[in-house]
Write a protein that binds this ligand. Sequence first.
Ligand SMILES: Nc1ncnc2c1ncn2[C@@H]1O[C@H](COP(=O)(O)OP(=O)(O)OP(=O)(O)O)[C@@H](O)[C@H]1O
Length: 272
Amino acid sequence: MSLEVSDLDVHYGRTRALRRVSLSVAPGQTLGVIGETGSGKSTLARAVVGLVRPSAGRITVDGEEVTRYRARQWRALRRRGVVQYVFQDPLRSLDPDVTVEDSIVEPLLIQGRPRREAADRARRLAARVHLDEELLSRLPGELSGGQRQRVTVARALVTDPRVVILDEPVSALDAANRVRALELLKQLRDAGTALVFISHDLGSVAGVADRIAVLYQGGIVEEGPARTVVNAPRHPYARLLVGSAPTLRSAAADRAQREELRELLQNIGGPA
Ligand SMILES: Nc1ncnc2c1ncn2[C@@H]1O[C@H](COP(=O)(O)OP(=O)(O)OP(=O)(O)O)[C@@H](O)[C@H]1O
């Protein structure tokens, strides 16, 4: 497995943001993680790249047990480019004073690759994510939201990572660029990269994920092959999500049915 998480708990003070989360992603596999706002999606992403410390559980990346790594060890792991992430907000993850090209080549320079080789690779990757070469000399503030997001994708892929975590990667893109981004994800998968694709929108995950995990109040309430989760969700919350994404199914749950599921959810409460 490229990524294995077992019984992961994360606390922020007294708030338990993740509860006993377990998942695994094989090379070349895409796991979609869906859940509403506050369900713990970003916390999960941040935990598996070492940006928040779990209070319990285990994380293994590319066969390496990393749970108890210190910040320095996590930095070294990220620098080696084994695990990469693309966060929701590209402005936050790009340095405003660094050009697009320098941002993309930085992970390679840190690895000690020659500048020329790194620059060639940056240009090839920019082309792959459909960024015009003339944009390479610009600063992030001089790009559109969608262009910035493609820069963060190029930067994440430049080291040929084994595991990539994408937190709402296509939310800022328009329809045409979204299709391109999804094509790129498919190429990555074909190259053997394990992908974790996090979103609040089941519709955008369903087309690319092999498996889907449904996160609800910090716990995974359902996990299975994408087709099964979309066509025959069992947990009331998963059924609610499917019913709220009418493009997914011809027989979408109608309003009354959704109300009924909401009520049921209220009665059963959150995950144990
Ligand atoms: N730094 C923090 N300190 C305290 N609580 C936090 C912190 N970050 C997140 N939380 C809490 O942890 C829970 C999960 O938050 P998280 O950001 O992981 O959710 P999310 O599913 O990514 O939401 P969104 O889709 O809105 O980004 C929420 O209750 C949130 O308020």
